[in-house]
Ligand binder design. Sequence first.
Ligand SMILES: [Zn+2]
Length: 247
Amino acid sequence: MAELVQVTDKVHLAQGHAVNWVLVTDESGVMLIDAGYPGDRAEVLASLRQLGHQPADVRAILLTHAHIDHLGSAIWFASEHGTPVYCHAEEVGHAKREYLEQASILDVALRIWRPRWAVWGAHVVRSGGLIRDGIPTAQPLTNETAAGLPGHPMPVFTPGHTGGHCSYLVDGVLASGDALITGHPLLRHRGPQLLPEVFSHSQQNCIRSLSALALLETEILAPGHGDLWRGRIREATEAAASLAIGR
Ligand SMILES: [Zn+2]
């Protein structure tokens, strides 16, 4: 069962076994930012129920990026409920699976030799991490659409982890996806950091995107992996940058 952490009146962070998603509610319904692995669907539905919502109440799903652990249950929402799925214009082709920008389990195993990769790899397989389906109806998020969604999310383009990765500032909370994380089943270090290079399309652009996040007015970080983090966002981005450069 995913742990649901209340962040503000409108924003909750759901922490699944290996990935997080964010729920944003208002009187018009609920919006998801990311949607777990395909196998996390029951947990996504349970997190909605905990806030009094049905799948049909989901007005939109915003994707930070189209990796399977963030897009997973959105495949089902889009096909079964016609839920609109939005991402950055540069990520739409990825969400449709016109191409795939994701490390394989083997890539990871070869580069990060640690006993925990096997446990993680088994979890990925069990959770439908090898599914190659995309979302044919994925669309670019426009400013007009964003303005009408719960919490009025403001997209912050943060390419690097994927070519079209986008973070969202919503109700004062930074939903950073994988542009800035605070923990991962494969990593021992806790606290603000980047994912290891093997997971990302361009680590150099990941580091560059940290500078974009550093400019935001927020003191609450809801990452794609790891725990909620509170503090000056610049402290988080600087910690992540120096760890990445030192690695
Ligand atoms: Zn990712």
